[in-house]
Design a protein around this ligand. Structure first.
Ligand SMILES: O=c1[nH]c(=O)c2ncn([C@@H]3O[C@H](COP(=O)(O)OP(=O)(O)OP(=O)(O)O)[C@@H](O)[C@H]3O)c2[nH]1
Ligand SMILES: [Mg+2]
Length: 189
């Protein structure tokens, strides 16, 4: 019998870690964590995750999982995208809504891109999930980033039960792909 898969998820974000554990542990996948704050380059969603994954593998000298989250406004051709963390920190929910004040189109996409590497010098494999929604004035608890302003099917992410978010979220969809790859024996290849 083969050993149960173990992932070392390098993130400093406790909310991400909690969602990833909740989604993967029922599938028998153990998620460890090292909360390193890695430098993040500018570029496409995929560039940012690949670079973050290489930096994580170099830092821990072993197999790693990382994730980068983007929030892409359709009216702004995908911005703030990978820069959402800095936008969120500097202008908050009100500022993010104001960015779209000049446009009728409030649609947005949440994107999670996980990167897995067996270690330094190995390729980075990407697993991406996308959920479409729209940007609204904040509703619901302010526990996690921009959850209160991202509305999906009439409810903001923040208004949903965690279990409901974890069935439709960008992160869940990306982790479904990662899980399928692990179950097909990808980590051993
Ligand atoms: O409301 C939210 N619902 C989510 O589902 C979600 N996922 C991520 N985020 C936030 O979006 C930025 C991404 O930046 P990010 O991917 O670099 O994350 P991070 O720097 O916090 O952690 P990490 O890079 O150590 O993994 C950060 O501000 C995160 O807090 C979310 N906010
Ligand atoms: Mg980060």
């Amino acid at each position: 019998m083969s050993a149960a898969p173990v992932l070392n998820f390098i993130t400093g974000n406790a909310n991400k870690l909690s969602e990833v554990r909740t989604i993967l542990e029922p599938a028998g996948i153990t998620v460890r964590n090292q909360p390193l704050d890695l430098p993040e380059v500018q570029g496409t969603l995929e560039d940012v995750t690949r670079d973050k994954c290489r930096a994580a593998a170099a830092a821990v000298q072993g197999p790693v999982l990382v994730e980068d989250t983007c929030l892409c406004f359709d009216a702004l051709n995908g911005l703030p995208g990978p820069y959402i963390k800095w936008f969120m920190q500097s202008i908050g929910h009100a500022g993010l809504n104001n960015l779209l004040a000049a446009y009728d189109d409030k649609s947005a996409e949440a994107v999670a891109t996980f990167g897995f590497s067996q270690g330094p010098g190995h390729d980075v494999l990407l697993f991406q999930g996308r959920t479409k929604g729209k940007i609204v004035p904040p509703r619901g608890p302010t526990t996690f980033g921009w959850d209160p302003i991202f509305e999906y099917d009439g409810q903001t992410y923040a208004e949903m039960d965690k279990s409901a978010k974890n069935k439709i979220s960008h992160r869940f969809k990306a982790l479904e792909k990662l899980r399928a790859w692990i179950e097909a024996g990808g980590m051993k290849a």
